[in-house]
Design a protein around this ligand. Structure first.
Ligand code: NAP
Length: 248
């Protein structure tokens, strides 16, 4: 089975690093042109260079997802520039981990603002284009923590659980147009976000993972490429857990 996203137009948030970068490269590898969104323009430009080397178009759009007006203007502009949008991947995310008693309201708000409201802003601005597309696909990157909760991560878990309800609602709103909406819920993936943990903490986590290892960004990207494809046309409102069995 050959997956092709030839000439599809995709937008990926958090595309400067980690999972988002791998998703953007995966979509481009399957033939898509990709809009790259994050705040670090230099890193986005590096990813754009890699995509152009694959023979695809890459648009670098440095935008902070907390800026609603800038997000709306950017999504409208890229839809016009590319002549539509078929695939939106809300991947950008941050953590501000702490026990609830020590969680400052500003940190709580920042996590919800980027992880959940950021996805709302991008998706709302992209909805018209997605509904017009014959292959519309919304993919939101949640986390297994959004399903299981995790001590010390109440703000992050709340944002990731919120994304799941958001996605399922849109799966219902978009269904009459054949546009799908799904979540990917990664477990423990090796990126900057998890690099802050000590080797000891990482070893303790691996002990709890049935497959006995952390996941790679490529393993998340492969699932997103599949969800974006025609082969996944009958899959909507799901939460695909990619966690080595951690949350089963
Ligand atoms: P990462 O390496 O820390 O990358 C986060 C990305 O989000 C960066 O590209 C960052 O770009 C972007 N970003 C952060 N704040 C932003 C803002 N205000 N506006 C625009 N972009 C912003 O994280 P990752 O590990 O690849 O995680 C990617 C997604 O997967 C996140 O949603 C995360 O919650 C989820 N996830 C990760 C794991 C894991 O184990 N790594 C597990 C489960 C779920 P700039 O710095 O350039 O702004």
């Amino acid at each position: 089975m050959q997956i092709s996203l030839l000439d599809r137009k995709a937008l990926v948030t958090g595309a400067s690093r980690g999972i988002g970068r791998a998703i953007a490269l995966g979509l481009a590898g399957a033939g898509a042109d990709v809009v790259l969104v994050a705040t670090n323009e230099a890193l986005l430009s590096e990813v754009a260079g890699e995509i152009e080397a694959l023979g695809r178009q890459a648009l670098v759009r440095p935008v902070d997802l907390r800026d609603g007006e800038a997000v709306t203007a950017m999504v409208k502009e890229v839809s016009k520039t590319l002549g539509g949008l078929d695939i939106v991947v809300n991947n950008a995310g941050i953590t501000a981990d702490n026990l609830l008693m020590r969680t400052k309201e500003a940190d709580w708000s920042r996590v919800l603002d980027v992880n959940l409201s950021g996805a709302f802003r991008v998706t709302k601005a992209a909805t018209r284009a997605l509904l017009k597309s014959k292959h519309g696909r919304l993919i939101n990157i949640s986390s297994v923590v959004g399903l299981t909760g995790n001590a010390g991560q109440s703000s992050y878990a709340a944002s990731k659980a919120g994304l799941i309800g958001f996605t399922k609602s849109l799966a219902q709103e978009f269904s009459s147009r054949g546009v799908t909406a799904n979540c990917v819920a990664p477990g423990f993936i090796e990126t900057d976000m998890t690099a802050a943990l000590t080797e000891e903490q990482q070893a303790m986590i691996c002990e709890r993972i049935p497959l006995g290892r952390v996941g790679s960004v490529g393993e998340i990207a492969a699932a997103c490429v599949f969800l974006a494809s025609d082969q996944a046309a009958y899959l909507t409102g799901t939460v695909l857990r990619i966690d080595g069995g951690l949350s089963m």
